[in-house]
Ligand binder design. Structure first.
Ligand code: PMP
Length: 360
């Protein structure tokens, strides 16, 4: 039953399903935080090598890609581990670290897989709930760290809310962590958040004596969600080897490795995608406020807002108008919806549909 739950965690509707089911021509898929621009056009260069990439087994550790990532973070190549999406690395880390009865501290509401893989391994969750204003409760997170969990595992900025820890706040949390606790910061949305008031956890953690890992993905700002590739930076090559015990040998495929390398070589596209997401996020955020909705602060390519009623009902009403959003289902947040920032046209589609189904 648990395994089924994990496999279905993001059993989102496809664009074709919504078209068929609701008889709509145009569908805005705004439920999974994908990049409306997709990858850089230069990523298509991998297709010229497709035959060879498909024929041969990939490098099991993706050394060419890992070396390029390591260079970017100024770490040793051995400190990089690749995953079939960062979700794979969450599973790998939980499989290698969580023992029955262990406590894992995390933020709540959470990215469901942080809790699901912990539960699958028999771990217990210590939830740090967001404050009433939907910002992260730093004092409570510090207190949770002081309780010496086996692992402190949370996203910064956090999904589904979008709120984040500033460098000073993350420093406070790190200072409270015991040496026997593994710190895992899931930075799936870091490229959108980068700036003065957002810390790179790698930089804050690298000079500590702690065991830590920071997770990143090519699914969001790099636009490669369909290829499934993510990575982790860990405190040591030894920790990566420890994680490797729970990793399948060929967990990342050759096309994804090559595409990710090509994506790293196209920073201009990344910058444009992020800039578009941020300006559109400001526009949608203001429009939601104008419609009377309460919206959480966000450093991500999505917004989390209180629909003021059962979010599933609102999501169904939007679906009938060709807009896919994510109604949040975790207890205490059943009236909240997470909407991804799409292209300007998709966002207009969302706002028009929302205005049509909102109380005047
Ligand atoms: N972590 C967080 C916080 C996420 O939001 C997501 C995707 N929604 C992931 C990890 C997994 O992303 P992927 O497996 O595509 O890298």
């Amino acid at each position: 039953e648990e395994v089924r739950t994990i496999a279905r965690y993001n059993a989102g509707l496809t664009i074709d399903e919504v078209r068929r089911r609701h008889g709509v021509e145009v569908v805005a898929k705004l439920g999974s935080n994908e990049n409306p621009n997709g990858p850089s056009a230069s990523v298509a260069s991998v297709l010229s090598a497709f035959h060879e990439l498909a024929r041969l087994y990939p490098d099991p550790s993706g050394r060419a890609l890992a070396a390029e990532i390591a260079r970017g973070f100024a770490v040793e190549d051995g400190q990089v581990i690749l995953g079939n999406g960062s979700e794979d690395l969450i599973a790998v880390i939980c499989r290698s670290v969580v023992r029955p009865g262990d406590t894992i501290a995390t933020l709540y509401p959470s990215f469901p897989l942080h809790e699901d893989y912990t539960a699958l391994m028999g771990g217990r969750i210590d939830r740090v709930v967001v404050k009433a204003d939907l910002t992260i409760d730093v004092d409570a997170l510090v207190a949770a760290a002081r309780r010496k969990p086996r692992m402190l595992l949370f996203a910064n900025p956090m999904n589904p809310v979008g709120s984040w820890l500033t460098p000073a706040e993350l420093d406070r949390v790190i200072a409270a962590v015991d040496q026997d606790t593994l710190v895992v910061v899931d930075e799936a949305y870091a490229e959108y958040a980068a700036g003065e008031d957002y810390p790179s956890a790698v930089d804050l953690l690298r000079d500590t004596p702690l065991n830590w890992a920071v997770l990143r993905t090519f699914s969001k700002a790099y636009g490669l969600a369909g290829l499934r590739i993510g990575y982790g930076i860990a405190s040591s090559a030894a920790l990566c080897s420890f994680f490797d015990r729970a990793r399948t040998p060929f967990n990342t495929n050759a096309v994804a490795q090559a595409a990710a390398l090509a994506a790293l070589a196209a920073p201009g596209h990344l910058g444009l995608s992020v800039a578009m997401a941020l300006s559109e996020r400001d526009r949608i955020g203001q429009a939601l406020l104008d419609l009377g909705y309460r919206v959480a602060p966000s450093k991500c390519n999505f917004l989390f807002f209180d629909a003021g009623r059962d979010a599933t009902v609102l999501a169904e009403a939007l679906l009938a108008r060709g807009v896919i959003v994510k109604p949040w289902k975790q207890p205490g947040f059943e009236t909240f919806v997470r909407v991804s920032i799409g292209s300007p046209v998709e966002n207009d589609h969302f706002l028009a549909a929302l205005a049509a189904v909102s109380p005047a």
